[in-house]
Design a binder for this molecule. Structure first.
Ligand SMILES: [Zn+2]
Length: 240
């Protein structure tokens, strides 16, 4: 049974429960408590079991390498591909905007299996986004969720305009509008202030909308932070 940052993978848990169930019909409880330890011991330890603060540092260090054109392209070899094909242990989850200029693995200089990335225009929190992030933390063991907005976000700009939009684009904008009521007007640029407000709003919504995430936050097994990517410089700034 693989233990991931104190949690148990669902598939492994079911497999484990099945093994124990069959075993209990044949052997004594004492024997199986011994077997339980043996099964747990043969599985590999999570190589990315790092604290939330270490995860933040790993991301920001990678971003510094990206900015200064010193990327190391870690975890991108064929050998690593084969390694993570067996199991994934992303050290951080990112809720980012779908904008083509904000690719998390590139701007943080990370590789395969390092980041669990959920991307949607305007980095808007929804039920499916929450479910994905619950999976990344509870099952895969990520101890950090970063909500990553970016400067000159088109989705945020559309929310400010507040004009009718075709198809289902308006659904995205509806998810951003509540953030506009919380703009703090700290710069002379309304869109940039709205981008920051949206990052803060989506971060708070994530913290408040999931009992699973709230539980992990209480136990100190998770941090949820907001950050803003500057599309002109490539720099990621922590917002909240
Ligand atoms: Zn955007």
């Amino acid at each position: 049974m693989s233990r991931i940052n104190g949690f148990v993978g669902r598939r492994d848990f079911l497999k484990f429960a099945s093994v124990v169930g069959v075993a209990a019909t044949t052997f004594s409880n004492r024997f199986w408590s011994t077997q339980q330890i043996a099964v747990a011991d043969i599985h590999p330890v999570n190589p990315n079991s790092i604290s939330p603060n270490e995860a933040i540092k790993r991301l920001l260090d990678g971003n510094q390498r990206f900015i200064h054109q010193k990327r190391q392209y870690p975890d991108q070899s064929l050998e690593h591909l084969r390694l993570v094909a067996k199991a994934q242990y992303p050290f951080a989850a990112i809720l980012g905007c779908a904008d083509s200029r904000v690719a998390a693995e590139i701007v943080f200089d990370q590789g395969l299996g390092d980041l669990f990335v959920v991307r949607v225009a305007g980095n808007v929190v929804s039920d499916t986004v929450i479910g994905s992030l619950e999976y990344s933390t509870t099952v895969l063991g990520s101890q950090l969720i970063m909500v990553l907005g970016h400067t000159r976000c088109g989705a945020v700009a559309e929310a400010i305009k507040n004009e009718p939009l075709p198809g289902r684009i308006g659904l995205i904008i509806e998810g951003i509008k509540p953030a506009l009521a919380k703009i703090k007007f700290t710069t002379s640029d309304l869109t940039e202030d709205a981008v920051i407000a949206n990052i803060q709003y989506q971060t708070e919504k994530l913290q408040e909308s999931s009992t699973i995430l709230a539980g992990l936050l209480r136990e100190g097994k998770l941090k949820i932070i907001g950050a803003c990517y500057d599309i002109d410089t490539g720099k990621v700034n922590i917002i909240t």
